[in-house]
Design a binder for this molecule. Sequence first.
Ligand code: HEM
Length: 398
Amino acid sequence: MLSSPYGAHEFRWLDVYGSVYTLKGCFGQDRLMVADPLTLQYILNSPKFGRAPILDNTANLLFGERSVITASGSEHRRLRSALNMGFTAAAVRGYEPVFKKVAEMIVGQLEGSPTATDVCSVLSPATLDAISQAILGHPTQDLGEDFVANNIEIVKLTASQSETHILADAIGSYLPAWVWRVAIYLPTTGAAAARKERFLAKQVGGRIVQEKIDAAKQGLEMNNDLFSLLLHPNPSDNTKTLSANALAFGLLELARHPDFQDKLRAEIYSNLGANATNMAYENMPLLNAFLKETIRLYPAVPQPERLALEDTVIPLGESITTSKGERISHIPVRKGQVVTLAIAAYQRLASRWGMSPHEFNPSRWLDGKTNQGDVVGPYANLLSFLGGPKTCLGWRFA
Ligand code: HEM
């Protein structure tokens, strides 16, 4: 699973074995790798599949068992529908002043930097700031240096991958939930960061929510952030985050394609025109194509896993030939089978995205071919934000 550059082995297996194949994981475990769009769509929407224990347990450690990310069933639906208010198209347009302020801050920092700059160290705090302002109504300084530093530490820990991580994931998936509950007290760097995150999130979040409750009680004017809206819903109110890694990869591709960069800049300037405050994103085909091509090539969660909760049969969009030479269009799956949703591989299928799927080529979005076939995911037939009931709530914001 480890290769440099990222995904090199997996994309080769895709070429050799096709969009559905098995491989051996740790301890001889069979891993089913799926990049077939119909099968992905089926699994993401089927109640017969749940999140793999390792993901669930890590999320429980970080966010607690009663958060939108970790809840399931009717409790999950209730939380999602409450929070949805802050993530509609209109709500996200309302966050534009926040995005503009954050974008100006990024430009200021990059313009003031030497020629070679680590963009991640600029984008990561900026992303957190956009979320903090739009969702909590406070810039990150108000959350405290400790909270920001710990958040960056957590992002680093969860974004890295190593042999030890793979082995720990495999062992972790055999451990019962109670072991996970006590794992947060282990004397390791990861557990210490998770403990601090839980503590600070509760402390800082609790303080901000209390301030808002007090302001609402005193009849003070409420802000446009999500938490103020939750306390004081106002249907006429209009109420966005940039994902730091997606942005960093986008900047990398712009640096590699200076001709495209010039055209994109020209499109943006011509649309800004006299009215520099109001961005008409819909009128910028190159910008939209650029965003789609970036998240197609670099999904932030390239291999989420699902667990079969009962014996079942999954359909295949394209039939495959097994190692025994049999032609099949369905795969029987046993309860407990871990299925890897090979999102990054799906997003590089030549059958779906045209020739040279590994190339950064925004113009593939302009000739209309990419949107043919079944519709999967919330946006542009991409699964970077997953799909089904656990689709990313913040996709418009991102
Ligand atoms: C490029 C940026 C982003 C990407 C690629 C992304 C991707 C994802 C993915 C793959 C999931 C599903 C995780 C799983 O179920 O295993 C998810 C869930 C979620 N995302 Fe995002 N996300 C992004 C930005 C955001 C932003 C900016 C917000 C909020 C401001 C957000 C809020 C959420 C929430 C609340 C969930 C949980 C939804 C649920 O379980 O019902 N995301 N995201």
